[in-house]
Every structure is written in C-alpha cells, then in structure tokens.
Design a protein around this ligand. Structure first.
Ligand code: FAD
Length: 268
C-alpha cells in the first residue's frame, strides 16, 4: 500500500522526529511504500494568497475560492500545490503527524491544508443544490482512502479526558478529523496521541513506539470513526442538520458519530 506521511515539526532531533523515523521504518518493513512531506524541511509556504495562482488577470482583486477554482481547473496551480495533490491521489492512507500547538496543528500544517485542498479538489466537489450539498463528509476526492493523526501533547491524558480542563481530545481534534479529513472523503481512524511528552525517556519512548507500531500494523484493519455520512439520509438537506431520530439526545460534536450498534465492520 502507499502511505503519505505529512509531518510538521521543525527539529529532526525532536520526539516527533524520532516518531516519524520509527513510523517510516515500520511501514516500510511491512512492505508499504512511504512518501514523507516534511513541511519544515520543504520550507512549505504556509499562507494562502494570490501567488498560489500562476496566472491572474491584472487588476482583479484576489478571491481565495474563485482563484483557487480557476487555478485548479486550468492547470494554473503552483507546482508545490499540484505535487501535494498528486501525493494525495497516490496514497491509500495518509498520516498527519504534529505536536499539538495551542490546541491544534502547527500553522505550517494548517497552511498545507488550506493551499492543497483547492476548490474542486478538497471542497466544491459534486452537485450543490437544494437537494444535494456536494460530495463531502464521507464522499469526495479522497474517498476510499484512510487517514490517521499522530499527535504529541505536553498535557496529561487526564487534562484531555471528558471532564478535563483542556476539553476532551475527541472534541479538540474534531475540526481536523471531521472537518479536514472526513470532509473530502477519508475514512478516519482513531488518533494516536502521546500525552505528557516532557516525561519521555528511553523506556517510555520504547513503550510509545510499541503502541504506535501496533496501530501502524493495523492501519488497514482498524475501524474508522463512524461519522455519519452527509448523503446517506442522516441529514436533512439543505439545512445539513441531523435528523431527530439519528443519535437522539446528542448535540455538538458527539452527535455526528454513530453509536456502537450502527457501526460498520472494518475493511480488509
Ligand atoms: P521534544 O521536546 O523534542 O521531546 C519531548 C521529550 O521527549 C523530551 O524530554 C526529550 O528528551 C524526549 N525525547 C525526544 N526524543 C526522544 C527519543 N528518541 N527517545 C527518548 N526520548 C526522547 N501542549 C498541549 O498539551 N496543548 C497545547 O495546546 C500546547 N500548545 C503548545 C504551543 C506551542 C507553541 C508549543 C511550543 C508547545 C505547546 N504544547 C502544548 C506542548 C507541545 O505539544 C509539546 O512540547 C510537544 O508535543 C512535544 O513534542 P516534541 O517533538 O517537540 O518533543
């Protein structure tokens, strides 16, 4: 299988750097082909702006969505964006690896998403009408591929528990897992999170790698998070609200995840 690892840490000798090296070795040892987009090493341009379109009409104001669509449809994207899109098309599974910075991903990785997920590629896909709200949330360009987060956090696991002060980890990662990964079609696997990173020594590092190794070995067996697909009847369109009989009583992020009885079996 083909695996794309999109990696965002500025220091190769960091814990993240060591986990990235471990991940690549483990996947290759299992026979997979791995490509790494090491964003800092690539000096990835993090900001989306007018320079992302190779040819623009003089004097026209930059419009992020319209210019992105024009560039995507007419082969006018910058080569760095087009290359990352090719890697995504090539991949059977995509791993985003990053340290949690201010309760989210580092800006360079957010910028990768903003620029690579062009209009017509990451969003704006499929029919948009009063009865159909595009191919998204379970459908889209990246449907049929798997995705998983590897995240490190300085905070303790309890800080991210259901009543923890930082908020539950599933809630904090929801915009990434549901909004960035499920939106263009990925099947999203539960994240692999390393907490309390400051307490890592050789012994703990070895335990972390053991657990991560199992997750990587099971990349094609693990059940995805059972988000409700948008276009399979769970949502009223065009309101895009969950029907009252779907996950009744739940509101907020948790409402968009099916209860265990409705979960589908893993592939492979
Ligand atoms: P490093 O600092 O490189 O390493 C962590 C520990 O692992 C060190 O003790 C190191 O000695 C050890 N180590 C490294 N490599 C190895 C190895 N190969 N073998 C054994 N031990 C090793 N945390 C939160 O929980 N929530 C936040 O919102 C948050 N926001 C942040 C915002 C910013 C701007 C920054 C800088 C940090 C923030 N943090 C936050 C903390 C951050 O998540 C952690 O610092 C980060 O996840 C640690 O990962 P690292 O790769 O940088 O670790």
């Amino acid at each position: 299988m083909h695996v794309l690892l999109v990696y965002a840490h500025p220091e190769p000798q960091s814990l993240n750097g060591a986990l990235k090296d471990f991940t690549v070795k483990r996947l290759e040892a299992a026979g997979h082909t791995v490509q790494v987009s090491d964003l800092y090493a690539m000096q990835w341009k993090a900001t989306l702006d007018a320079d992302d379109t190779l040819e623009r009409k003089d004097g026209e104001p930059f419009h992020p969505e319209r210019d992105s669509k024009h560039a995507f449809e007419n082969g006018l994207q910058t080569p760095d964006i087009a290359r990352e899109q090719d890697k995504l098309r090539w991949a059977d599974a995509v791993i985003l690896q990053f340290p949690m910075w201010w309760f989210s991903m580092p800006a360079i990785l957010k910028g990768w998403v903003e620029r690579v997920y062009a209009y017509g590629f990451g969003y704006g896909v499929g029919e948009h009408s009063d009865t159909r709200w595009g191919n998204r949330y379970g459908e889209g360009t990246l449907a049929g591929k798997r995705a998983m987060l590897i995240v490190t956090a300085g905070g303790w696991e309890s800080h991210y528990s259901p009543r923890g002060i930082n908020g539950p980890i599933d809630d904090l990662l929801f915009p990434i897992q549901h909004g960035i990964l499920y939106y263009p079609g990925f099947d999203v696997l539960p994240p692999y999170v390393v907490y309390r990173t400051g307490r890592t020594d050789e012994t703990r590092f070895s335990t972390i790698c053991d657990a991560l190794g199992h997750r990587l070995d099971d990349l094609w067996k693990t059940l995805p998070i059972p988000f409700h697909p948008q276009n399979a009847g769970a949502y009223d369109i065009p309101e895009c609200t969950l029907r009252a009989d779907i996950t009744p009583g739940e509101v907020g992020f948790a409402a968009h995840v099916a209860p265990p009885a409705l979960r589908v079996a893993a592939k492979g």
